[in-house]
Every structure is written in C-alpha cells, then in structure tokens.
Design a protein around this ligand. Structure first.
Ligand code: COA
Length: 318
C-alpha cells in the first residue's frame, strides 16, 4: 500500500527572542501570570522586513537537505499560513521559486492554527491519488504582524516561526495513517481579525474569546485523536508521542489527560516558541526528531484546533 512517508524535517526561528519580561513595559502583565496561565517563557519575533516567505524558505531548505533529495524532484508545495507576504500571489509560489522547484504546483492553505493538519491532509490526498510523489508541506507564520500589541490577553500568546516536512509516496507500513479535518463556521467570531482584504482593505488585528477557545480545544482535539485511532483500529495506548498544536501548556495537559496519555509522552515546545499557529506542530516534530525522542517506527498523533473553528488530527508512523 502506498503511504506518505516523512523523509525529512526542517525549521527556522527568527533571531530575535522576546521574553515575558519584555511585555511588562508594553501591557499590564507580569512574568508569573504568563508562565502560570500559559506555560510560555519566550517567543521569537521576525525582524523588520523579514517575511513569512523568508522563514518558510529556510525551513524548506533544511527539510530538503535532511531528505537528501534534489529540490526539483518535489512536485507539490503546500504552505499553511494565515500571515502571507501579500494578498497575491500565494506565498507558496514565491517559496517554490526560491527553493529551486520548477515543476508541479504550489499553493497556500489558510486554516489558522489547524493549518498544518489541513496541509497534511491535502498532501496525503495528492499522494494517495497518485497526483504527487514528493510534497513539501510548510507551516510558516509571522503572527507578530497581526497582533494587537495593546491587548494583554492575546499579544503574549503568539510567536513567529516556520517548519517543513518532505513527504514521499512509498510502499510500506510507515507514513501517514490517518488525516482527518473538520470545521464549524458558527464559531467564526470566537477567534478572528477585526478586518481583512475585502472588508476593511487592511489585514486587521487578532482578537479572541480565550476561555471559549480553551474549552473547544480541550474537547475537540482529544475527539479528533480518538476518531483517528478508531479509524486505524489501534488503542490510544499505541501512541508513542502526542504532538498537539502548541497553544498553551494547560491545553496540552488537558488534551493528554482526556486521552489518558502521560505527560512523558507529550512533545511540548510552547515554552520556547509560544503559539506559532500553522508552524507549531511541525516545529515540535522537528525538535523532537532532532533530539532523538521521535524515532523511525514511532506512532505520532498530532491534533490541532484553530480559528474557523477548524480542527483535526494527523496520525503518522514516523
Ligand atoms: N497578564 C495578566 N493578567 C491577564 C492577562 C495577562 N497577559 N491576560 C488576561 N489577564 C487577566 C484577565 O483580564 C482576567 O482578569 P479579571 O479576572 O480581572 O477579569 C484574569 O487574568 C483571568 O483571565 P482569564 O481569561 O480567566 O484567564 P485564563 O486562565 O482563561 O487564561 C488564556 C487566558 C487566554 C491564556 C486562556 O484562556 C487560553 O489559553 N485560551 C486559549 C488561547 C489560545 O491558545 N488560542 C489559540 C488557539 S488556536
């Protein structure tokens, strides 16, 4: 059976680090509140003029190098982002060109913090249908550009970053085993920007009903994992690593508890990256595969939830 197998990962974080203490002069907050209520200690912020495409290209280059393939053997680039460089063209086409990829197609996906799970679902469908053999999936974000830096309930939560994964069609047991995505537009008002291209002709700034998003996250993410494990016919105990969207340490713990998965099996990078939206899961996968925790053959469940609401889960045998 053909599956979408992970050949390599890459990541890039902007050089500038912003600590919790750096917020104390900006908004009415303090380090202790941020750490206790979110688990976040610091985040990376893109430099002036450093664009989502710049982050994506660096992550993509590293993933292609680790996969040890020629860039031009990639026949599809999917970039998950809510913060594209420009309204058009898609940021994916710029990234495709800068990576030296000349064939196939490239496009962006906007599913906010579920972007990576959505992109994996589309990539997997292209591979299973035979339309692509090698796909570069990238999550890249510069949320610092759409944050309201006067709103203490949101600006402390996010960071900038990018990560990438190369998938290849291969026969065997490894690869993507399940890819489920969902959305429910009745909740658009819970997490959104206060403007956009067609409505205000600006990008808008982000706002969020934090408590309600929290409640949706700790119910829908575990349900998405259960759906996936039931579909592949394995018990929750078969999961080697839970790699959820990195929004808030309390959300990660809540998701793991509902699934009866011990904290030692949860990959958490939120303390150092904060919420990087579509980049957060591939960043965590990259960190844990590089440091040797994630090994070939491990079963990994990656649930996400984001604005829309959108949610879903990718389950992969690494
Ligand atoms: N510093 C200090 N105090 C803050 C604060 C900050 N940065 N942000 C909020 N507060 C205050 C609130 O104003 C409130 O004060 P009040 O009691 O006087 O009204 C108090 O802290 C408690 O706020 P509350 O909203 O109840 O805190 P919380 O424990 O629910 O945590 C979030 C708030 C935003 C951290 C939490 O709801 C959350 O993580 N939600 C999901 C966010 C997320 O990750 N979204 C993206 C998912 S894709």
């Amino acid at each position: 059976m053909i599956r979408s197998v992970v050949l390599g990962t890459g990541a890039y974080l902007p050089a500038r680090i912003m600590t919790n203490a750096d917020f104390e002069g900006l908004v009415d907050t303090n380090q202790q509140w941020i750490v206790e209520r979110t688990g976040i200690e610091r985040r990376h912020i893109a430099a002036d003029g450093e664009l989502t495409s710049d982050l994506a290209v660096k992550a993509g280059q590293e993933a292609i190098a680790e996969a040890d393939i020629a860039p031009d053997s990639i026949d599809l680039v999917i970039l998950a982002t809510t913060t594209p460089d420009d309204t058009m063209p898609s940021t994916a086409t710029k990234v495709q060109h800068r990576l030296g990829i000349t064939k196939g197609a490239a496009f962006d996906i906007n599913a906010a913090c579920s972007g990576f799970v959505y992109a994996m679902s589309v990539a997997n469908s292209f591979i299973l249908s035979g339309q692509a053999k090698r796909v570069l999936v990238i999550g890249a974000e510069t949320y610092s550009r759409i944050l309201d830096w006067t709103d203490r309930t949101t600006c402390i939560l996010f960071g900038d970053g990018a990560a990438a994964i190369v998938l290849e069609a291969q026969e065997g047991d490894r690869g993507v085993l399940f890819s489920g995505i969902h959305s429910d537009g009745q909740y658009t008002g819970l997490l959104a920007t206060n403007g956009g291209i067609s409505s205000t002709m600006t990008a808008g700034k982000m706002f969020m009903a934090g408590k309600e998003i929290f409640r949706h996250a700790v119910s829908k993410m575990p349900a998405a994992v259960e759906e996936g494990m039931a579909a592949i016919g394995l018990p929750l105990s078969a999961i080697d690593w839970l790699v959820p969207h990195q929004a808030n340490m309390r959300i990660l713990r809540g998701v793991a508890q509902k699934l009866h998965i011990g904290e030692e099996k949860v990959i958490a990078t939120v303390a150092h990256h904060a919420n990087t939206s579509a980049a957060s899961i591939p960043l965590a996968l990259h960190v844990a595969s590089r440091d040797g925790r994630i090994k070939a053959g491990h079963l990994i469940a990656c649930p996400a939830l984001g604005a829309g609401l959108t949610w879903g889960c990718t389950i992969v045998r690494w």
